[in-house]
Write a new protein. Structure first.
Length: 143
């Protein structure tokens, strides 16, 4: 059985109070507002968006970063902009919602569009060598 103190869940401050309370019964809840490093090399972008608020994960390795989005409702451009404050995005992984190809930063070594990315074909055509489509169970190594 996992002890409550050994499990940490990072949630943005505007997450549902009821869900935060329920998660708090089983784990330590870390609430973030702005960018925050919550473990060595692991950052939250902090809250982004207005109508649908989200945060993204940034894994930093030196100056290189991996940006992992949820659904990117706040827009890929603001997520990447915030991530650049932490590390230069070398990898971009996650749902990109309806982001145009032009919102993907130049210089990405790997682009992994996942669920809710509406322009997968365009992204695949524009960045063919760098794209690996996300599927359940796929393992990626970033270092």
């Amino acid at each position: 059985m996992v002890m409550r103190d050994s499990l940490k869940v990072v949630l943005h401050k505007d997450f549902s109070k009821n869900l935060k309370r329920e998660i708090g019964r089983r784990a330590t809840v870390l609430e973030v507002d702005g960018p925050m490093e919550f473990a060595p090399g692991l950052w939250s972008t902090g809250v982004l968006g207005t109508a649908i608020k989200e945060h993204a994960l940034v894994m930093s390795s030196g100056s290189r970063g991996l940006v992992m989005t949820g659904c990117a409702h706040p827009g890929l451009r603001p997520i990447v902009s915030r991530a650049k404050e932490i590390a230069s995005p070398a990898w971009l992984v996650g749902g990109f919602h309806d982001a145009p190809v032009s919102d993907i930063p130049g210089g990405c070594e790997k682009i992994v569009p996942c669920h809710c990315t509406s322009r997968k074909e365009e992204i695949g055509s524009a960045y063919c060598q760098a794209v690996e489509f996300g599927v359940v169970g796929r393992s990626l190594t970033f270092l």
